[in-house]
Design a protein around this ligand. Structure first.
Ligand code: FE2
Length: 386
């Protein structure tokens, strides 16, 4: 009985593993969606066909009526492959559960939940679908978690101890939610008086919302400037360069695919933008050529963590995975469009020499967040010599 349950669990676990990796690829959206549909059908058809062909034999075996099940060679091969791969991926999946804190950085985190509907005094749903979704029990789409995080950064120059970065990610202007939701995040960040704003992609999904960008983002204010990169959802706009232009028009600096040299306080900083695999990332030559005391990278996907480590980045900020969009008690996130599954779905991590903060993001195309509130990260950098 245990073996059959393990084989079924491995079958579904491996499909979930495939789904997460598929959505981390830089392929065209249509190709990903088509592959996803085929994989979804296969996920259910394979166990149904096996159950239909051999279910009664397995049942007899479980109950001890027969001692041997006569499965065909392909069935045995499939069961063995599932068990081995399930054991490998399942063990890693278990190891990376947030409760085990592998590669996690201990941070001081002060959380304030803003019920944005109450605070703005208006309904934030623009469509019937969104109004309906917002009423679902446990749905947290409008409960913004404003998180003040004291983040220890290995390699941070002493002059930058206490430096304040307001990190926004995954705005997802789809037209389902009123822009006041994003406006609330920017106002809350402004009140905190950051030294720098960082936005890590997925800004806009629908063409008409491009018109909102200037009014929304021109209100952000930080002494050392506002920087952004684009994400995979920004490819849904007919010309993503228009998004870049509108953001620049709102006073933001585009670092996508670039290494931008600047000074933060008196410290020389190489501020790079990694939009891979959907757009570009700086060449490793450009990264090597940037001589700076502090190396800071904005990336849409946390999958670029190893790239940042190779390029001696001290601090990387990312989004994209939305914290899994929903999280189970103890097990944590399950769905996460990353090559590493839900390993870097959200939180603070360190693997030498890079410290990584992954935001759960502020919104999404799926109007559902369970145990996974939208996040506004207000990060105070702290020197760490760990
Ligand atoms: Fe996103």
């Amino acid at each position: 009985m245990f073996l059959v349950a393990a084989a079924v669990l491995a079958h579904f676990g491996l499909r979930l593993t495939f789904y997460n990796r598929l959505n981390s690829m830089g392929w065209k959206r249509a190709t990903i969606k088509r592959t996803e549909k085929i994989a979804f059908v296969e996920t259910w058809v394979t166990p149904c066909v096996m159950g239909w062909l051999y279910g009664s034999d397995v049942w007899d075996w479980i109950h001890g009526d027969v001692t041997v099940i006569s499965l065909p060679a392909w069935g045995i091969a499939y069961a063995i492959a599932c068990s081995v791969l399930g054991l490998v991926f399942g063990s890693l999946w278990l190891l990376w559960r947030p409760i085990f804190r592998v590669h996690h950085v201990p941070v001081v985190r002060e959380v304030q939940v803003h019920d944005v509907v109450n605070r703005t005094g208006r309904s934030l749903a623009r469509t019937r679908k969104c109004r309906w979704a917002a009423k679902l029990p446990f749905n947290q789409i409008f409960q913004m978690s404003v998180e003040q995080i004291e983040l220890p950064v290995v390699g941070l120059p002493d002059e930058l101890d206490g430096y304040k970065v307001a990190h926004l990610s995954d705005i997802h202007l789809t037209g389902q939610v009123e822009p006041e939701f994003t406006q609330h995040a920017i106002s809350a960040a402004n009140e905190w008086r950051p030294d720098l704003f960082a936005l890590t992609g997925d800004i806009v999904d629908k063409q008409p919302c491009v018109a909102w960008l200037h009014d929304l983002f021109s209100k952000a204010s930080a002494s050392d400037g506002c920087y952004f990169v684009l994400g995979n959802h920004d490819t849904r706009i007919s010309d993503p360069d228009v998004v870049r232009e509108r953001m620049k028009g709102a006073g933001w600096i585009d670092v996508g695919g670039l290494v931008h040299s600047t000074r933060l306080r008196s410290v020389s900083c190489a501020l790079s933008g990694n939009e891979y695999p959907w757009f570009s990332r700086p060449s490793e030559q450009a990264m090597r050529g940037a001589d700076a005391e502090f190396r800071f990278c904005l990336s849409h996907s946390p999958d670029q963590f190893d790239w940042c480590r190779r390029n001696q980045v001290d601090l990387m900020l990312a989004g994209h995975t939305h914290g899994g969009q929903g999280r189970l008690p103890i097990a944590g996130p399950i769905l996460s469009p990353s090559w590493h599954g839900s390993r870097w779905a959200s939180g603070d991590f360190y693997r030498a020499p890079t410290t990584l903060h992954v935001s759960r993001g502020l919104s999404g195309v799926h109007l559902l967040r369970i145990n996974c509130r939208p996040e506004l990260s207000l990060i105070t950098l702290r020197c760490s010599h760990a």
